[in-house]
Design a protein. Structure first.
Length: 200
């Protein structure tokens, strides 16, 4: 059993090392943070969505913005598309492909931002949500685990963090990216939460 534990941790370590050495992806993360900052500076809102574990990550991302991350500070406008009533209503009446896009259509406004997670890069409801967001003049940030020409074309920033054969490794990298994005937003708006000793 210990051997399996060590193997799993080595896989996670290798995936993180590859991300750390990928200059393009690091630049994409920086660009995504700049988009989020610009959204909040204009008093826009950030919406996040994903399926399964990615929905859990989308919810975590939003609640860290509306609640707190490391220290107390004013709330930032964010919401995960995770309301069970909405999801089941739209899924039943219009089909699962529309569950996120319908919410974006109802609540999204020009100047807002959609953060969409798809480990495969092929989730039809994520693609549809990105289409609607762009049609409304929103910016779109996509986190994926595989290249997706269709989603990349609809994204202002496409962050691809390949973690291996399975979605769990991709999701482990996604949560790290999301935490970094939250930190960069906080460092911009609330520098008092990051004393000089914590600045690299």
């Amino acid at each position: 059993m210990i051997a399996h534990i060590q193997s799993s941790l080595r896989e996670a370590h290798d995936a993180l090392t590859q991300l750390l050495s990928n200059e393009q992806t690091l630049s994409d993360i920086e660009h995504a943070a700049a988009l989020l900052i610009a959204t909040f500076e204009k008093r826009g809102r950030v919406y996040s969505c994903g399926n399964g574990g990615s929905m859990c990550d989308a919810m975590h991302f939003a609640e860290e913005l509306t609640g707190r991350y490391r220290h107390d500070r004013p709330a930032l406008g964010a919401a995960a598309i995770s309301d069970a009533g909405h999801l089941t209503c739209v899924g039943n009446d219009m089909g699962y492909v529309e569950v996120f896009s319908r919410y974006v259509e109802a609540h999204g406004r020009e100047g807002d931002c959609l953060v969409a997670l798809s480990t495969s890069g092929t989730s039809k409801n994520i693609i549809r949500a990105a289409q609607v967001a762009k049609s409304l003049g929103m910016s779109v940030i996509v986190l994926s685990g595989k290249p997706s020409e269709e989603l990349e074309l609809m994204s202002d920033v496409y962050i691809c963090t390949p973690g291996g054969r399975y979605a769990d490794r991709v999701q482990e990298l996604h949560i790290k990216v999301l935490h970094i994005l939250i930190e960069l937003v906080e460092r911009h708006f609330f520098p008092q939460n990051y004393p000089p000793a914590e600045n690299p």
